[in-house]
Design a protein around this ligand. Structure first.
Ligand code: SAH
Length: 486
C-alpha cells in the first residue's frame, strides 16, 4: 500500500522533536524551514544542532516524558533508542498524532521525503523508507534537471494569477497564455536573472489581453523516431505536451501516443484495414484548417519527417497558406534499427558510404539506379522494401553485387518486438517467406551486416522500455495493420 503524498502547512504549529543527535538535526531543519514551533527534548545535543538552537520554541535537556506529546500537532522520534522511539510511536498512535520515527523498527505514520527546493516550488522524493540513499540519488538528479530560477518564475507567475484569470476568462485561452509566458520570452528573462524586465513583459502581455493576443495557430512537424519512446527528442516531447490536435499515422507507436497531452484531439490518418489512408492532399488540408482555427497542431510522424516522410510536401502547403510551423527531426528507422541491431551503417574496413533508398514497388517493379546501388564498400538501406524484396535482391545481384553479400531484415526495430533476420542477397527473399515477416521492416544490405553476430546487444525480452514486456500489438495497432509498403 502506498503513502499519500501531501504537503503540510506547519507554520505556527506546535511540533515535538525528541532526540539530539545528527539524525535529529537533519529532521529539525525542514521543520524550522516550514515555520513550525518546535520543542526539542534531548539529553545530549550534537554540535550539528548548534546553528538551529536559537530558532527553537522550547528546549528541554532531559529524558522524554509522556506528557511531552500533549498538545503537539506532529511528533518526530529520533532518540537513537529503539524502545523509546517505539514507546513514543505507540503514544502518538493512541492519540492519532502523526509521528515519524527515525529507525526502521518502529512504526512511522509519515516519512520525510528528500526535497528539491525551488521556493515556492518543492519536489519531494520518497521511497517510503525503503532506501534513503536512492531518494538522495534521485534528488541530486532532479537538482541538476530543474533550473534554480524555476522558483523565481513560479513566484512571478503567482503575483499575476488572479489578474490573468480576469483577463483570460476561457480555460483554453488562459492555458495558452500561461504556456506562452512559461515557455516564451518572459521565462527566458527570468532564467537570465532579469526578473524586473520579465515582470514588465508579463504586465504588457496582460494589458494586451485576449484580443491582441488572438492565438495564431501553428504546426509542429515532429519526428517520433522508430518506436522506442526513449528515442524522442526533448523538443518533440515538449511540443507533444502542448498540442491541441495531433494528426498521426500508423508508424507512431501507442507508447509514444501516450505521451501526447491527454486533452489533445487525436486524428488518425494512416491506412485502415478496410479502407485507404487519408490522401496526402487531405492531410495537408487538415493541417491548414486546424492551424487557421488557432490550434497548435502536432503532425507526428514515424522516424524523421524529412526521410521518406513527405515532410517537404506538408510544409510547402503551410508556406503557401501562410501558416507558421517548426520541424523537429527524429531518429530515422535506419539509425534506430541499425543501432539496436549492432549493425554500424559505416565502418572503416567495410563501408565508406551509406545510402537510404525507397524499395517501394510501382507496377511490380522498383525503379532505382541499380548500377550505383550495386557498388561495393557501401551500405544500402531499403525503406518500404518488403513487398519488393525479390526484385531488390535480384537486381543487386544482376548488377554485380555478390550474391553472398550479407543482408538483414529488421522488423519493428527498437520496440519490444524488435526482430532481426540475417542472410545474404540470395537467401533474403526466402527468409521473408519462411518467417512471416511483416511491416514495418527495414532491409540493410552490406558487409557491415556481418558484424551483427558480434555487436548485437539489444535483447527485447529484457526490455529497455520498462519492466513489463509489451506485445507487438501494443506497439503497432492491429486494427490498423500496415498494408502495402514493407
Ligand atoms: N520517416 C520514416 C520512414 C517512413 S517510410 C523514418 O524516417 O524512419 C516507412 C518505412 O520505414 C517502413 O516501410 C519501414 O521500411 C521503415 N520503418 C519505419 N519504422 C520502422 C521500424 N520501427 N522498424 C523497421 N522499419 C521501420
Amino acid at each position: 500500500m502506498g503513502f499519500l503524498p501531501v504537503f503540510l502547512e506547519c507554520a505556527e504549529r506546535p511540533c515535538l522533536l525528541v532526540g539530539g543527535g545528527p539524525v535529529a538535526a537533519r529532521k529539525l531543519a525542514p521543520l524550522l524551514e516550514a515555520g513550525a514551533q518546535v520543542t526539542l527534548v534531548a539529553t545530549r545535543l550534537s554540535e550539528r544542532l548548534d546553528p538551529l538552537l536559537g530558532r527553537l520554541s522550547a528546549l528541554h535537556r532531559r529524558e522524554f516524558q509522556d506528557s511531552d506529546i500533549d498538545g503537539q500537532w506532529l511528533v518526530i522520534a529520533a532518540t537513537g533508542n529503539r524502545a523509546v522511539n517505539q514507546h513514543i510511536a505507540d503514544l502518538c498512535a493512541a492519540r492519532a498524532i502523526p509521528v515519524n520515527v527515525a529507525d526502521a523498527g518502529a512504526q512511522s505514520s509519515f516519512t520525510l521525503p528528500a526535497v528539491i527546493n525551488r521556493d515556492p516550488i518543492r519536489i519531494a522524493v520518497s521511497t517510503e523508507g525503503t532506501s534513503p540513499v536512492l531518494s538522495r540519488m534521485l534528488k541530486s538528479r532532479l537538482e541538476s534537471y530543474v533550473p534554480s530560477a524555476y522558483g523565481d518564475l513560479a513566484a512571478l507567475v503567482g503575483e499575476f494569477r488572479v489578474q490573468a484569470s480576469e483577463v483570460f476568462a476561457g480555460q483554453r485561452e488562459r492555458r495558452r497564455f500561461w504556456e506562452s509566458v512559461l515557455e516564451g520570452p518572459v521565462a527566458e528573462l527570468v532564467f537570465a536573472g532579469r526578473v524586473d524586465e520579465a515582470r514588465e513583459a508579463l504586465i504588457a502581455a496582460l494589458a494586451a489581453g485576449p484580443e491582441q493576443k488572438a492565438p495564431a495557430g501553428e504546426v509542429y512537424l515532429v519526428g517520433a523516431g522508430p518506436g522506442d519512446p526513449d528515442l524522442l527528442t526533448f523538443r518533440a516531447l515538449r511540443l507533444m505536451q502542448q498540442a491541441d490536435v495531433v494528426i498521426y499515422d500508423r508508424l507512431v507507436s501507442p507508447p509514444i501516443m501516450n505521451l501526447v497531452r491527454a486533452g489533445a484531439e487525436r486524428i488518425y490518418v494512416g491506412k485502415k484495414a478496410a479502407s485507404h489512408a487519408v490522401p496526402q492532399g487531405g492531410i495537408n488540408a487538415l493541417l491548414v484548417q486546424h492551424a487557421k482555427a488557432g490550434k497548435r497542431v502536432l503532425r507526428l510522424k514515424g522516424g524523421d519527417p524529412f526521410i521518406f516522410g513527405r515532410g517537404g510536401e506538408e510544409i510547402e502547403t503551410l508556406i503557401d497558406e501562410g501558416v507558421s510551423f517548426q520541424v523537429v527531426p527524429g531518429i530515422t528507422a535506419a539509425s534506430g534499427c541499425a543501432s539496436y541491431s549492432g549493425i554500424p551503417l559505416t565502418h572503416r574496413d567495410y563501408s565508406q558510404a551509406c545510402i537510404f533508398v525507397t524499395g517501394h514497388l510501382k507496377d511490380g517493379s522498383v525503379d532505382l539506379n541499380w548500377p550505383m546501388l550495386a557498388n561495393t564498400n557501401q551500405t544500402v538501406v531499403f525503406y518500404m522494401g518488403l513487398q519488393g524484396i525479390d526484385v531488390i535482391c535480384r537486381e543487386l545481384i544482376a548488377h554485380g553485387r555478390a550474391a553472398t553479400t550479407p543482408a538483414a531484415l529488421v522488423q519493428q526495430g527498437t520496440t519490444p518486438s524488435h526482430r532481426v533476420l540475417i542472410g545474404d542477397l540470395s537467401s533474403l527473399p526466402g527468409l521473408v517467406a519462411a518467417n512471416d515477416v511483416h511491416a514495418p521492416t527495414l532491409i540493410i544490405v552490406g558487409e557491415v551486416v556481418s558484424l551483427h553476430n558480434k555487436l548485437q546487444w539489444f535483447r527485447p525480452g529484457q526490455s529497455l522500455v520498462g519492466e513489463s514486456v509489451l506485445s507487438m500489438s501494443d506497439y503497432f495497432d492491429r486494427d490498423h495493420p500496415p498494408q502495402t509498403d514493407g
